[in-house]
Write a protein that binds this ligand. Structure first.
Ligand code: AMP
Ligand code: ZN
Ligand code: FE
Ligand code: FE
Length: 279
């Protein structure tokens, strides 16, 4: 079978429904040759995922998906192959944790104004300091309560940009994020450039020190991906890919539905082995 590695998925340490161990088992069942768990703004999953992957002799590449802002537009930045002991990465994760605590409180406060009372404690089944809580968790509570019928409705009515309970929160820049990933000796990759609303921003942010972009993403049509793949090839950048699997939270994205081949995976994985052995 062709070598495939899925470099974009979320565990229960952010807004995915699978534990890190389950993600690795699912990847093994699907015959994937490698995996990267890219939780939003946390590397908490790796404390248990890395020893588990090692015990199964499965190549797990450290990853993360950082939230950044550029001219008011959310930009997602993937980091790969960084040192799991990097202070720069851990500090940026901590900054996001504080940003999100403040922002979530403000969102819940706004919801209260519409007669919807949600306690912070309800947002995550087993909260720990290293788990990311965001709008998707609030959306799930709104669904569970029957206040909205779907995840989409939760965003359309309350949580989406500019909607009733929206709060932007503190902005963290693309430059700061790329810098932290590089300080952690990782590769900085622009996630799903096709999803950036102002397509003109893509070339502007790509000037900020990225090592590559995510060319193969979820269920995009080949022609939607071609533009940025060609652009990356011209600049001899890394082209990564992944499914953005979230388990039951986004049932349409199945693990392994987007992927990278052996060459790209090995390049990143060898880089990581080098970084971790010299840390
Ligand atoms: P947060 O990181 O807390 O700002 O939440 C961002 C996440 O919410 C994104 O990664 C998406 O999964 C989800 N999201 C954002 N906007 C929408 C939307 N309009 N409809 C559905 N999901 C959304
Ligand atoms: Zn997510
Ligand atoms: Fe994303
Ligand atoms: Fe994602």
């Amino acid at each position: 079978m062709e070598f495939k590695a899925d470099l974009h998925c979320h565990s229960s340490f952010s807004d995915g429904s699978d534990s890190p161990e389950n993600l690795i088992e699912l990847a093994r069942e699907k015959g994937l040759g490698g995996l990267s768990i890219t939780d939003h703004d946390t590397i908490g999953a790796y404390e248990q995922a890395m020893p588990y992957a090692r015990s199964k002799n499965f190549p797990l590449l450290p990853g993360i998906e950082f939230s950044a802002m550029y001219k008011g537009e959310p930009i997602h930045i993937l980091g790969y192959g960084y040192s799991l002991k990097s202070e720069a990465i851990l500090q940026l994760c901590e900054k996001h944790r504080l940003r999100r605590m403040d922002r979530n409180r403000k969102i819940l406060q706004r919801l209260k104004g519409y007669g919807i009372s949600i306690d912070e404690g309800e947002l995550l089944e087993t909260p720990t300091a290293r788990k990311t809580i965001g709008r998707p968790h609030i959306a799930l509570v709104l669904m569970k309560r029957g206040i909205v019928e779907s995840f989409k409705e939760a965003f359309d009515l309350y949580l989406g940009e500019g909607k009733k309970a929206y709060e932007p929160g503190l902005s963290i820049s693309v430059e700061e994020t790329v810098k932290a990933i590089h300080q952690g000796r990782g590769k900085a990759i622009l996630a799903h450039p096709q999803l950036i609303k102002h397509q003109g921003y893509v070339k502007e942010v790509l000037k900020m020190g990225f090592d590559g972009l995510e060319g193969y993403y979820a269920k995009l049509q080949a022609d939607q991906e071609a533009r940025w793949i060609q652009y990356a090839q011209k600049h001899q950048w890394l082209i990564t890919g992944g499914s953005d699997y979230h388990g039951t939270v986004k049932p349409l994205n199945t693990l392994g539905s987007s992927w990278v081949g052996e060459e790209t995976f090995n390049l990143l994985y060898q880089h990581y082995l080098h970084v971790s052995s010299s840390a």
